[in-house]
Design a binder for this molecule. Structure first.
Ligand code: SF4
Length: 106
């Protein structure tokens, strides 16, 4: 086993600290959007963007017990991916919400 001098030790500690900090930042980013962002409206017609806006679609529901995954109009995408909605066009977050929410039948 080779010994390292004080300078090498400090350099390695700084690199490790930077790596840990970057990792913590990435985890923080994922928590902010539930790990999934479904807000890209590029390619949507203006009327479809307006439907999202006018019905107050948000990527993260603030309504207790109400999110797109529990809405009758939600169509799930692949595991961990955005889904779609039969009324609100574009990518839809299963954790999202809009004013058109209707309970999914049990
Ligand atoms: S109607 Fe609204 S709450 Fe229901 S799936 Fe579509 S966007 Fe989500």
């Amino acid at each position: 086993m080779s010994k390292i001098n004080r300078r090498e030790f400090l350099e390695r500690a700084a690199l490790l600290g930077a790596a840990v900090g970057a990792g913590a930042f990435m985890v923080g980013c994922n928590k902010g959007g539930g790990g999934l962002s479904c807000t890209d409206t590029a390619g949507l017609a203006a009327a479809d963007v307006a439907t999202r806006t006018n019905n107050n679609y948000v990527d993260a529901s603030t309504q207790a017990g109400k999110d797109c995954a529990g809405c009758a109009l939600y169509q799930a995408g692949a595991e961990g991916a955005c889904g779609t909605c039969t009324v609100v066009k574009g990518s839809i977050n299963p954790g999202g919400y809009c004013n058109l929410w209707a309970a999914r039948p049990a």
